[in-house]
Design a protein around this ligand. Structure first.
Ligand code: SF4
Ligand code: F3S
Length: 104
């Protein structure tokens, strides 16, 4: 599976949702997640994210993100259409400590 990671938080560019062939992105207030059990591992979303926030679960630190993505995907609504990024997306892109901005 692929997962959405920390740098999506407070940016939410949403380019990713338009390319997913199985519509497995889910939307929270400050972040999107992928449903790890529905993702078919096609990889097309990864290069679409301007924030570089999407990664395959073969990356070393992925297990916590798989768990986080699955947990929220089961609670949040699906998102299939692109929308405007969050207002401070450009300045928040790449800042450390963004987990503090995650609103569940
Ligand atoms: Fe969707 Fe493919 Fe990205 Fe998985 S890897 S979330 S199936 S676009
Ligand atoms: Fe987030 Fe990147 Fe998608 S910032 S909303 S994972 S395009």
């Amino acid at each position: 599976t692929y997962v959405v990671t920390e740098n999506c938080i407070a940016c939410k560019f949403t380019d990713c949702v338009e390319v997913c062939p199985v519509d497995c992105f889910y939307e929270g207030e400050t972040m999107l997640v992928i449903h790890p059990d529905h993702c078919i591992d096609c990889g097309v979303c990864e290069p679409e994210c301007p924030a570089g926030a999407i990664q395959p679960d073969t990356e070393p630190d992925s297990q916590k993100w798989v768990d986080l993505n699955r947990g929220f995907a089961n609670q949040w609504p699906v998102i299939t259409a692109r929308k405007d990024p969050l207002p401070h997306a450009q300045v928040m892109d790449g800042l450390p400590g963004k987990l503090a901005h995650l609103q569940a």
